[in-house]
Design a protein around this ligand. Structure first.
Ligand SMILES: [Zn+2]
Length: 453
């Protein structure tokens, strides 16, 4: 928090890049110029999807692209929902199959079943590489060595495009993939002399808290954590163990993988505003909210060719930070996403999210990952927390740790009120058996109440 007082914060490199992308000199970039550009791209995109996509042709039958002359008119257009992609992704695709370089299949974690398929042309992939190149300059530069702990084997996968972006900026990418053995990942980081890591929060935490994890202290200067949201407690743990800066990246496949990234001020994310237009809406009424209010993140692609998305509902909750970032950019800052609408579990009188449990459990040095689930046992709701501890060899129960975790969880108001009895919170130490299976998927509380008696 006070870091900003001690040293000057470099302006996010995204600003100059976005100025160039919209045909301006860096110093000419203003909000007005950017918004003029965004509106023009919105009109172009609507014309394109009306011509090429049967889904949007039908949806926007009555919409005249040229009539969208300001954002309030744009905000009257209907939303695109994840369900629209699930039902028939082909109808949203704007090019022939031959022009598609990659199709990403996203398996649904919820009950909705059908996967989502997102289509990208080679031009779309170049846009992502471009963003990774510039976005990574917030934390690394030429000559740096970056260990990539994300999937990379498939051409066009997130790790593959990140590698291409890093090579363009002159850094070296060391490809590893999602972490299943923290020890092995630490050894690779040490052997390859990596000075930066990009990975999934719990995976990187497992490395830091593994036996040899501390050996990376001093050699790592930065870490980028990427998923839908990053627990604050994990950032703090990494900063304290490794003494490095921890950056948050915000993105989802539908956005073209990258959406925004923190600058050295480590406040909100700066957004990829030449490629994406963001809105914050009231998830109930669908109305655009005033600057600074928290609501659902909605985005529109401005430069995508293969499968443009208009007013796509992300399900993530955030807000625009109304004050200027310490780096001085004219770009907007979006507060780091803390939770998703779907991640909120409704209990009798309160709701509970995985984020609230994260902030409690990851403060414990012993914990590297866990699964939370709610079951109904003998008519009562019970919260089961299955923990994975930093010592993979631990198989026996640690009663003292279980007690302390239970006490800490009770400090979460929703847990205290909804699970008041001691036996309503059950901590399970299954050591090695909790898988790191989620990869880049979204974490959530498993709700078994409907299945159990
Ligand atoms: Zn900034």
């Amino acid at each position: 928090m006070f870091r900003s007082l001690n040293k000057e914060i470099n302006k996010t490199p995204l600003e100059d890049w976005i100025a160039r992308k919209i045909g301006l000199q860096a110093e000419e970039l203003t909000r007005e110029a950017l918004e003029r550009y965004q509106l023009a791209q919105i009109r172009k995109t609507i014309a394109w999807v009306k011509e090429k996509s049967s889904f949007y042709r039908e949806k926007f039958r009555a919409v005249e692209p040229e009539s969208i002359t300001d954002f309030s008119l744009f905000s009257k257009l209907p939303f695109t929902f994840p369900q629209d992609i699930r039902q028939n992704p082909q109808r949203l695709v704007c090019t022939g199959q031959r022009d598609i370089a990659r199709i990403v299949t996203l398996n649904s974690s919820g009950t909705t079943g059908q996967p989502k398929r997102i289509y990208f042309t080679p031009e779309d992939q170049q846009l992502t590489i471009d963003f990774f190149d510039i976005g990574m300059r917030n934390l690394v530069g030429p000559g740096d060595r970056v260990l990539i702990l994300l999937p990379w084997r498939q051409p066009g996968s997130v790790g593959d495009l990140l590698r291409a972006g890093l090579e363009r900026l002159g850094a070296e990418a060391i490809l590893f993939g999602p972490v299943s053995e923290a020890k092995e990942a630490v050894q690779t980081a040490l052997k390859s002399k990596a000075n930066s890591l990009v990975g999934i929060p719990t995976h990187v935490l497992a490395m830091a808290r593994s036996q040899k994890g501390k050996l990376l202290s001093g050699s790592l200067k930065s870490v980028l954590l990427s998923t839908d949201y990053v627990p604050r407690s994990i950032c703090q743990a990494l900063e304290s163990i490794w003494g490095c800066q921890v950056f948050n990246h915000y993105g989802m496949t539908e956005m073209g993988l990258g959406g925004g990234v923190q600058c050295a001020a480590l406040a909100g994310y700066h957004l990829r505003e030449a490629d994406l237009y963001f809105e914050i809406i009231d998830p109930e009424s669908g109305q655009v909210l005033d600057e600074g209010e928290t609501g659902e993140v909605v985005f529109t692609t401005l430069t995508r060719v293969g499968m443009p998305l208009i007013r796509y509902r992300t399900g993530d909750l955030s807000r625009f930070i109304p004050t200027k970032c310490l780096c001085g950019t004219v770009l907007r800052s979006m507060e780091v996403v803390k939770s998703r609408i779907a991640g909120q579990i409704k209990l009798q009188n309160h709701s509970l999210s995985i984020a609230e449990i994260d902030e409690v459990l990851f403060l414990f040095d012993e914990i590297v990952d866990y699964q939370a689930r709610i079951d109904r046992d003998s008519g009562r709701d019970c919260l089961y927390i299955d923990i994975k501890t930093s010592e993979n060899t631990l198989v026996s129960r640690d009663k003292d740790l279980e007690y302390r975790l239970g006490q800490a969880l009770r400090r979460v108001p929703a847990i205290q009120k909804e699970f008041p009895l001691n036996n309503q919170i059950v901590i399970i130490t299954s050591g090695n058996s909790v898988p790191f299976s989620r990869g880049t998927g979204k974490r959530s509380i498993i709700d078994n109440r409907l299945n159990s008696g």
